[in-house]
Design a protein around this ligand. Structure first.
Ligand code: CP
Ligand code: NVA
Length: 303
C-alpha cells in the first residue's frame, strides 16, 4: 500500500479532514490520551524559520510519548547538493514521520515520492495545510458555521490562502477572497477547485465588498518568507488591504479575526484589531498543537 502523506489539503478525503478536526477538538477538551506512540520519532526539516509549527509539532509528539529530531536544512548534506530522493530514503530508515518546511512545494512532493514514512507539509511557497486545518478547528470552536457564515480572506493570495481554497472546495463551504490585482491565488488552482469540487470561490478586489457581513475574517502578512525583495512593491499594492477597525466595522458585529502569525502590526493588521475583542489569534495558535496531535495519530495509524 502506498504511504499516506499530507502535502496539501487535497491529499485528504472530506470525512478524513472533518474527523481530524473533531479529534483535535476532543483532545483539547478532554486533555486525556494514551501515550501510545512511545518510541516513535518525529523528524523536522526546516528551510525557513518557525516558532509555532515547529514547537507545536514537537510538543505534540512528546504528548504522545514519542520524541523529535529537528534539523535546519543548512545542517544536512542537502545543503551540499545531496539529492532529495536520497535524503528521503535515508531518513525513512531513522524516523517514523517527518515534517518539512520548504521554499518549493515540489521539494515536499519529491520527498514524499521517495519516502516510506509519512511526510507532512509544514509550509511551502504554495500551501500551509496544517495551518488551515487548525484554523478551521478554531472557526468551529468559536461556534461559527462553515456552511452558513460568510468566511473571507483579506490580503495576499498566498500559501495560507491557497490552502483555504483547497479546504473550502474539499469541505464544500463558500470562500470570498479579496486580493489586490496581481496578487490573487493561482488561476489554475481556483479553476481546478471549481471543476473538480464545484467549489464556490469568489475573488473580489475590494476589501470593503468582501468583508461586508463576514463572520470569519482571515488575514496574513503581505510579504511571505522568501519574498523579501518584493517588500516595497507589496507595501504599495496592499496599502488598502489592512484589517483595521474601520474595515472591521463593515463586518458582522460578531465576526472573529484570524491571523496565522507572525503578524506585522500596522501593516496587514492594526495593533487595535489584533489585541481587540474580536481577535482569536492566541487560541488559533494553541490549536495548531491539538491539530498536530490528531494529524500525527491519523498518519501513524493509517500507514
Ligand atoms: N503560523 C505559523 O506557521 O507560524 P510559524 O512560522 O511560527 O511556524
Ligand atoms: N504566508 C506566510 C505564513 C507564515 C506562517 C509565509 O509563508 O511567510
Amino acid at each position: 500500500m502506498a504511504t499516506k502523506h499530507f502535502t496539501r489539503i487535497w491529499d485528504l478525503k472530506k470525512e478524513e479532514a472533518l474527523k481530524l478536526i473533531e479529534r483535535a477538538l476532543e483532545l483539547k477538551r478532554s486533555k486525556t490520551w494514551e501515550r501510545k506512540f512511545t518510541g516513535k520519532i518525529l523528524g523536522l526539516i526546516f528551510e525557513k524559520p518557525s516558532t509555532r509549527t515547529r514547537i507545536s509539532f514537537e510538543s505534540a509528539i512528546i504528548k504522545w510519548g514519542g520524541d523529535s529530531v529537528f534539523l535546519s536544512s543548512r545542517d544536512l548534506q542537502l545543503s551540499r547538493g545531496e539529492p532529495i530522493k536520497d535524503t528521503a530514503r535515508v531518513l525513512s530508515r531513522y524516523v517514523d514521520i517527518l515534517v518539512l518546511r520548504t521554499y518549493k512545494q515540489e521539494t515536499i512532493e519529491e520527498f514524499a515520492r521517495y519516502s516510506s514514512i509519512p511526510v507532512i507539509n509544514g509550509l511551502s511557497d504554495r500551501f500551509h495545510p496544517c495551518q488551515v486545518l487548525s484554523d478551521i478547528m478554531t472557526v468551529m470552536e468559536k461556534g461559527k458555521d462553515l456552511y452558513r457564515d460568510k468566511i473571507v480572506w483579506i490580503g495576499d493570495g498566498n500559501n495560507v490562502a491557497q490552502s483555504w481554497i483547497e479546504a473550502a472546495s474539499l469541505l464544500g463551504f463558500k470562500l470570498t477572497l479579496s486580493c489586490p490585482e496581481g496578487f490573487e491565488p493561482e488561476k489554475e488552482l481556483v479553476e481546478t477547485a471549481k471543476k473538480k469540487y464545484g467549489a464556490q470561490i469568489e475573488i473580489v478586489h475590494s476589501p470593503e465588498e468582501a468583508i461586508k457581513d463576514a463572520e470569519v475574517i482571515n488575514t496574513d502578512v503581505w510579504v511571505s518568507m522568501g519574498q523579501e525583495e518584493e517588500t516595497q512593491k507589496r507595501s504599495l499594492a496592499f496599502k488598502n488591504f489592512q484589517v483595521n477597525s474601520k474595515l472591521l466595522q463593515m463586518a458582522s458585529p460578531s465576526a472573529i479575526v484570524l491571523h496565522c502569525l507572525p503578524a506585522h502590526r500596522e501593516e496587514e493588521i492594526t495593533e487595535e484589531v489584533l489585541e481587540g475583542p474580536q481577535s482569536v489569534v492566541w487560541d488559533q495558535a494553541e490549536n495548531k498543537m491539538w491539530l498536530h496531535m490528531a494529524l500525527i495519530e491519523f498518519l501513524l495509524e493509517s500507514n
